[in-house]
Write a protein that binds this ligand. Structure first.
Ligand code: HEM
Length: 405
C-alpha cells in the first residue's frame, strides 16, 4: 500500500464526491482511517470509518437511531411514495415497528426454511449456467448474478414466475433513491416504482388472503397472518417491498464482485478451484473485501461527544462499512483477498439488532453460485469492458462482460 497524504480527503463531501471515488473508494477510506476516522461533512453530518466505532454504534440502538422520518422529509417530501416506503420499512425504524416486523421475518428465514431453499437454488443456478453454454460472451450480471436472487426471493413470496421480470428495476430504482443526491429523473423513477410495486403486491396479498400458502415457508402468508392486530396494510405492503429489495441488489453484487475480484488475485482463484471447500470462509472474505453495502446510517438520539467531536442530537452519521471492513486495526493485510481468512468478523451485514435478516441465505447463494460457476466455466475471462454500478452506497457492477471458454 502506498503512503497516502491526508490532502486526498481535504474538503471531501459525500454528497459531491471527487471524481474517481465511486470507481475506487479505497484510497479515500485508507486516508480516512489513517488521518481522520471521524470526518465532518459540510452539511453537519459525519463519516465514521473505524471498525470499532461502527461495531459499537450498530449495537447501540439507544444512542443511535435508525428512524429516518425527519431525515427523509426534505429529501423526498412527506407525501412522496418513496417517503412512505422508506419510513415504513423495518430497516429505517426503531422499536416498536422494527421489533414486530423483524420477528415475523426472522421466523420465516429460519435455518430449516433456508435449507429447504437449497434445491431450488441449485436448480436455478444450473439452468442459468446451461443457458450460457453456447454463448461466446455473456454478461455475468445480466445473465447470471442478478437472476439468482430474483428467483430465490420470488420463491420466498411464492410469486408467479411471469411476474418476476420487473422486480430488478423496481429494486434498483427504490434503493437507488437512497443515494446522497438524486436527479429529478431518478426521484421520479423511484416514486413510480414504489407505486407500481405496491399496487402489484396489493393484488398478490388479496389473492393470498383467499388462498393462503404454507406460513412456514411463504413469507407473504406469514406477514398476512400476523397482519391482524399487528401490521397495517401499508406496513404489510411496504415491508414486502423492502424484503424483496433487500435481498436482491446486495446478493447480485456479492456474486458479481466475487467473480470479478478473483481475477485480481489469481492465486486465490487457483486455490478455490483446487479446494472448493475454501468457499466456506471465502464467501465472507468476498463480503469483507468488496462489501455490497458500503455505507449505513444512524442518527444520534442525544448530544454525544466522540474523540473531541460533538454530535448534537439528530446528527446524521454515515457508517463507512467498506472502510471499516479494511481497517488494519481489525484485519491483518486488509487490502489482500485471503479466502481462508479466519476469524473474519466483518460488518458487511451490519450488526446488533438490525443485523441483516437474510445473511445466512445470502451466504448460501454466494457459496453455491460462485462454486458452481467456477466448476462449469473454470477458464472464464473478463473482457475488460466492466461497468461499475455508479452508486456510493451499493458497490457492484452494472455490467460484467466475460468469455466463458
Ligand atoms: C450479500 C447480501 C446482503 C447484504 C450485504 C446485506 C446487507 C445488509 C445490511 C448492511 C443491513 C443492515 C442495514 C442497517 O441496519 O443499516 C441489512 C438489513 C436487512 N437485510 Fe440484508 N443484506 C444482504 C442480503 C439480504 C437478503 C438475501 C435478505 C432477505 C431475503 C435480506 C434482508 C434484510 C432485512 C429484512 C434487513 C433489515 C433488518 C433490520 O432492520 O432489522 N438481506 N442487510
Amino acid at each position: 500500500m502506498s503512503e497516502i497524504g491526508r490532502d486526498l480527503i481535504e474538503g471531501f463531501d459525500l454528497n459531491h464526491p471527487p471524481a474517481g471515488f465511486i470507481q475506487d473508494p479505497f484510497p479515500y477510506y485508507r486516508t480516512m482511517l489513517a488521518h481522520q476516522p471521524i470526518l465532518p461533512q459540510p452539511d453537519g453530518s459525519f463519516i465514521l470509518s473505524r471498525f470499532a466505532d461502527l461495531d459499537r454504534i450498530y449495537r447501540d440502538t439507544t444512542l443511535y437511531s435508525s428512524d429516518k422520518k425527519q431525515a427523509f422529509l426534505p429529501k423526498f417530501g412527506g407525501d412522496a411514495p418513496l417517503y412512505e416506503h422508506h419510513t415504513t420499512s423495518l430497516v429505517f425504524n426503531d422499536p416498536p415497528l422494527h421489533t414486530r416486523v423483524r420477528k415475523i421475518m426472522v421466523g420465516a428465514l429460519n435455518a430449516r426454511a433456508i435449507s429447504n431453499m437449497e434445491p431450488g437454488l441449485i436448480e436455478t443456478i444450473d439452468m442459468l449456467l446451461a443457458d450460457m453454454a453456447d454463448r461466446n460472451e455473456v454478461d455475468l450480471i445480466e445473465d447470471f448474478a442478478s437472476k439468482i436472487p430474483i428467483q430465490i426471493i420470488g420463491n420466498m413470496f411464492n410469486m408467479p414466475m411471469e411476474d418476476r421480470e420487473p422486480l430488478r428495476d423496481w429494486s434498483l430504482a427504490i434503493l437507488g433513491a437512497l443515494e446522497p443526491t438524486l436527479t429529478p429523473e431518478q426521484e421520479a423513477w423511484g416514486n413510480q416504482s414504489v407505486k407500481d410495486f405496491k399496487l402489484y403486491l396489493k393484488d398478490l396479498a388479496n389473492h393470498r388472503r383467499k388462498y393462503p400458502g404454507d406460513p412456514e415457508t411463504d413469507v407473504l402468508t406469514r406477514l398476512i397472518e400476523s397482519e391482524e392486530g399487528q401490521l397495517s396494510e401499508t406496513e404489510l405492503l411496504q415491508n414486502c417491498i423492502f424484503i424483496l429489495n433487500a435481498g436482491h441488489e446486495t446478493t447480485t453484487n456479492l456474486i458479481g464482485n466475487a467473480l470479478a475480484v478473483l481475477h485480481e488475485f489469481p492465486d486465490q482463484m487457483q486455490a478455490l478451484k483446487q479446494d472448493p471447500d475454501l468457499i466456506k470462509t471465502g464467501v465472507d472474505e468476498f463480503l469483507r473485501f468488496l462489501s455490497p453495502n458500503q455505507f449505513g446510517n444512524r442518527e444520534t438520539t442525544e448530544d454525544i461527544e466522540l474523540d473531541g467531536f460533538k454530535f448534537p442530537k439528530g446528527t446524521n452519521l454515515h457508517l463507512a462499512i467498506g472502510a471499516a471492513n479494511r481497517d488494519p486495526a481489525q484485519f491483518h493485510q486488509p487490502d489482500q483477498l485471503i479466502l481462508s481468512r479466519k476469524p473474519n468478523r466483518h460488518l458487511a451485514f451490519a450488526g446488533g439488532p438490525h443485523l441483516c435478516v437474510g445473511f445466512q441465505l445470502a451466504r448460501m447463494e454466494g457459496r453455491i453460485a460462485v462454486n458452481r460457476f467456477l466448476k462449469a466455466y473454470p477458464d472464464y475471462k473478463l473482457t475488460g469492458e466492466a461497468e461499475q454500478g455508479g452508486r456510493i452506497r451499493f458497490r457492484g457492477y452494472a455490467k460484467l462482460p466475460a468469455t466463458l471458454k
